[in-house]
Design a protein around this ligand. Structure first.
Ligand SMILES: Nc1ncnc2c1ncn2[C@@H]1O[C@H](COP(=O)(O)OP(=O)(O)OP(=O)(O)O)[C@@H](O)[C@H]1O
Ligand SMILES: [Mg+2]
Length: 382
């Protein structure tokens, strides 16, 4: 999704692809296949680049340091990126900045997890500090008895991150971008809806959020970016906690264009993908104004329909204002394969905007118009 922005600005993009069949290979003409965990592959790939950046957090930190030492312009740099790679490092950094964390601890084994739960109360959220995504690497432990089930996790990785389970009213995301020269800009704080630990929908801006909470969330994200030396796009995922503290807690940081920022492709003057390129190249940042009173982004995961294009006639006809983004990935159940953006004309209208975006996504996912509607539509067409 960075490719259209690079093309518009005339930048040559090269992607180190994980495999021949990943979507980036069809989107970017120079996309050698190689293992991002192999340093020599990274060094060879970096030859002749102005800047190297990432669309995931999993390149080993030591390799990033070696690339820097070899003179590669790595953005964001390893010291910043570490906070998105390792949730224990991130929790400590948020504490040291005096920003609001959930209650947390590093726990080395089941006994330490039980101690944490007894002290803070059950349930406890247990997380793999490294390597998780889309809720994989996150589990809820309901009781001291249930803690024993987590034993295999400690064998895989130790210590783990234990957090008190936060009673939030909704999840928010504060998206910002920062250049190496220190220019930074924020998009409006958005409401994110997760289903089974996976981002499902985003409403921009977060409606009815108290002004001071939105401002504090934006400030917190900008401060994190500045103090940790983040460059490029950064998302701070937040839990909204009305009436307690500043009104939110920080869940985690992502240092790259993020699912909660996909709405900017069609709903903001500057998309997060263009902004990321500008930022890592130390160019002036673009305006982050929203293009309507409300913008909805709805993800679609792999479902019944294997032949997505077969659903396009019905999906595109159902909502001409919707923008469909399809990742060209093979369809597997539960895998993120695309999203729909829809700009609404009034915040009063948010439910209808959500329904319309959801319908387009559902038609593509299922390969058919939702049944209660098909009856109505055929009636209308009769
Ligand atoms: N301390 C907590 N209290 C309550 N819910 C939590 C807590 N931590 C995580 N969650 C829930 O689990 C989801 C996934 O957690 P987290 O963001 O840490 O995992 P991840 O797999 O890294 O996520 P992502 O999908 O953003 O890559 C959160 O969006 C939230 O819904
Ligand atoms: Mg998350």
């Amino acid at each position: 999704m960075m490719a259209p922005a690079a093309t518009a600005l005339g930048f040559e993009l090269r992607v180190l692809a994980e495999a021949e069949d990943v979507s980036a290979v069809s989107a970017v003409s120079t996309s050698p296949v190689g293992d991002y965990k192999d340093l020599q592959t990274l060094l060879d790939f970096a030859d002749g680049l102005d800047v190297m950046t990432f669309d995931h957090e999993h390149v080993p930190t030591d390799h990033l340091r070696a690339l820097l030492a070899a003179g590669v312009n790595v953005q964001p740099g390893p010291d910043a990126l570490l906070n998105a790679q390792d949730k224990l490092v991130m929790r400590a950094a948020i504490d040291s900045l005096g920003l609001p964390n959930p209650i947390w601890a590093a726990v080395a084994d089941v006994a330490a997890l039980v101690d944490f739960g007894e002290e803070t109360g059950w349930p406890v959220v247990l997380k793999m500090p490294r390597g998780g995504y889309d809720g994989k690497g996150v589990r809820i432990i309901d009781s001291a008895e249930a803690a024993e089930e987590a034993a295999p996790w400690f064998e895989a990785m130790s210590p783990l991150l234990a957090e008190a389970k936060v009673e939030f009213s909704r999840e928010l995301s504060a998206l910002v971008a920062r250049t190496p020269g220190g220019e930074a800009r924020a998009w409006p704080v958005v409401h994110t809806i997760q289903v089974d630990g996976v981002c499902d929908e985003v409403i921009a801006p977060a409606l009815d959020i108290p002004l001071e909470v939105a401002a504090a969330a934006e400030d917190a994200a900008l401060r994190v970016a500045t103090e940790l030396g983040v460059t490029g796009v950064m998302a701070a995922e937040l839990f909204e906690t009305p009436g307690s503290g500043v009104g939110f807690l920080i869940n985690e940081l992502a240092m790259r264009p993020h699912n909660t920022g996909h709405w900017t492709q069609d709903g903001s003057v500057t998309s997060q993908f263009e902004q990321h390129l500008r930022a890592v190249l130390d160019l002036p940042l673009g305006a982050t104004d929203i293009l309507g009173p409300v913008v909805v982004m709805k993800n679609f995961l792999g479902g019944d329909n294997q032949d997505l294009f077969s659903a396009y006639p019905a999906a595109l006809a159902s909502e001409p204002a919707a923008k469909v983004h399809c990742y060209g990935k093979s369809v597997r159940p539960g895998r993120k394969i695309g999203h729909v953006n829809l700009v609404g004309t009034s915040t009063d209208d948010v439910d209808s905007v959500r329904q319309r975006a959801t319908r387009v996504a559902a038609i593509i996912r299922d390969g058919r118009v939702p049944t209660e509607e098909s009856a109505r539509i055929s009636e209308e067409n009769a």
